[in-house]
Design a binder for this molecule. Structure first.
Ligand SMILES: [Zn+2]
Length: 476
């Protein structure tokens, strides 16, 4: 029975699903990227210089110019760009250009001067043979450098809203939103202001960096958000870097860099103490761990607090290189995982980095699911496209090389719906249920029985959050 006054829509033969959820993304960073220099798709230093020049022209003298998305792997010889590549293009403006992975940045000389980095020591500040800084900074040094760039909550709010509109078009009803160590104050203020004004159309499950704990407790943010649209779920801790940047922590050296096993940000005891402190405050813990050495450290740190069924649903983010023994430990402890299927299609250098043998344990989604680990899907946007459709397509096709780790349609859907809900403490069971909040995604075709390769072409006819239409396309 349809109650009186109910709006009726014709689904035109499409398929209706529980709303799709992205369980790990950085919408504020993506919004920032949209208005800064977009370096994605550049294939040489000249391309970087041209786009930077356009960005510099839009900026006032002395104003910071930021950009994101370069990747030395796409450039001739895989050469890392250096400060000298930027200096003549931006003599008056400090410049920070983040690599596509977000774990490395290239600074120009003006930025190095302004941040007073020349005297700094440590592996996070790359130096050339003469001992001069090359402009490449990594991990903690990058966080610190970006943290000194001025921000505002008004700009953060505008950034979020531009991403929210795109997310709704792509069929997302909720995002697990990772706040940045550099901008969490402005980002929290932006979320609070938009929530209080009733201006948010999607749901946000928020994860703060450990540096934000005192600020959040001091400002009482956990009770600020009570509308159901925003909830402060937990704390995200970075344990290592990325495979692309060769900063992910491995047990055995990189196959294409035999002296390098990556970077761990914490000692075992530091990480265990931090996890314990965050858990004791009642937060869910998300540990970013990509290399097998990092995942092992993360599992070790989570094991004292995850025992007894992991009631706080602590997660490992990425968990990319995952041999069977590590998976078994995670399953036993009930540790959950958030994965990014599109990484499979982007990591064209995976065999070079890890070798034929190790690469078999990279992104073992089907093994994880069949062994009983709760796995949710995500984009890590702006690292990958925000589209959950593309994410599901990648989980099913693995970029064309279907293997025993390829997922079926129902499994791929569960990554972005029931499992993502569960991994974010939204206890919506599988499928559509009476009484559940009407967060729904309507696809433009009947996808059951569709060939997985065609799935990437599926469109989104409508997205509803809490019963309200937040996106529709061509509906009567
Ligand atoms: Zn991320």
């Amino acid at each position: 029975m349809v109650p009186d006054g109910t709006e009726v829509m014709n689904a035109n033969g499409g398929a209706l699903f529980q709303g799709f959820i992205d369980s790990h993304c950085h919408p504020f960073e993506y919004g920032w990227l949209k208005r800064s220099v977009d370096l994605r798709g550049t294939t040489n230093v000249t391309g970087i210089r041209l786009r930077l020049a356009a960005g510099v022209q839009r900026a006032r003298p002395g104003e910071w110019v930021t950009g994101m998305g370069w990747d030395q792997e796409t450039m001739p010889g895989g050469r890392m760009p250096g400060r000298a590549d930027l200096d003549d293009v931006a003599p008056e403006n400090p410049v920070a250009l983040t690599r596509v992975c977000g774990h490395i940045a290239l600074l120009n000389s003006r930025a190095i001067d302004e941040l007073k980095l020349e005297g700094r020591a440590g592996e996070e500040y790359e130096r050339d043979r003469t001992g001069r800084l090359t402009g490449i900074v990594k991990e903690g040094a990058l966080t610190e450098a970006l943290g000194r760039i001025p921000r505002s909550s008004e700009k953060s709010a505008a950034d979020l809203q531009s991403v929210e509109a795109e997310a709704a078009r792509l069929g997302l009803t909720a995002m697990h939103c990772i706040l940045s160590p550099e901008g969490f104050r402005e980002e929290l203020d932006a979320l609070a202001a938009l929530d209080a004004a009733g201006s948010l159309s999607l749901r946000y499950r928020v994860y703060i960096p450990p540096e934000a704990l005192d600020f959040v407790e001091g400002r009482g943010f956990r009770s600020t958000f009570s509308s159901g649209m925003v909830r402060l779920n937990g704390v995200k801790i970075y344990c290592d870097g990325s495979l692309g940047a060769r900063t992910a922590a491995l047990h055995e050296p990189y196959s294409d860099d035999p002296t390098n096993t990556g970077i761990l940000r914490y000692s075992d005891s530091e990480l265990t103490d931090l996890v314990e402190k965050v858990d004791a405050k009642g937060y869910q813990v998300l540990v970013h761990a990509i290399g097998d050495r990092a995942v092992e450290q993360a599992v070790g740190a989570l094991s004292p607090v995850a025992g007894g069924g992991n009631p706080r649903r602590h997660r490992i983010e990425h968990a990319s290189l995952l041999p069977g023994d590590l998976r078994a430990k995670m399953r036993k402890l009930g540790i959950r995982v958030a994965v990014q299927p599109l990484f499979i299609t982007s990591d064209t250098w995976a065999v070079a980095r890890l070798g034929e043998e190790r690469v078999r344990d990279l992104y073992p989604f089907r093994s994880l699911l069949s062994e009983g680990v709760v796995v949710s899907g995500s984009s890590d946007c702006p690292v990958e496209s925000l589209s959950p459709i593309l994410g599901m397509w990648a989980a099913m096709t693995r970029g064309g090389s279907t293997s025993e780790e390829s997922l079926g349609l129902d499994e791929a859907l569960s990554l972005y719906s029931s499992n993502a809900a569960s991994n974010g403490f939204d206890n919506v069971g599988p499928g559509l249920r009476e009484g559940a909040p009407a967060d729904l995604t309507l696809l433009d075709s009947d996808v059951s029985g569709m060939h997985p390769a065609l799935f990437r072409k599926v469109g989104v006819l409508a997205t509803l959050v809490n019963g309200s239409l937040v996106h529709s396309y061509g509906l009567d």
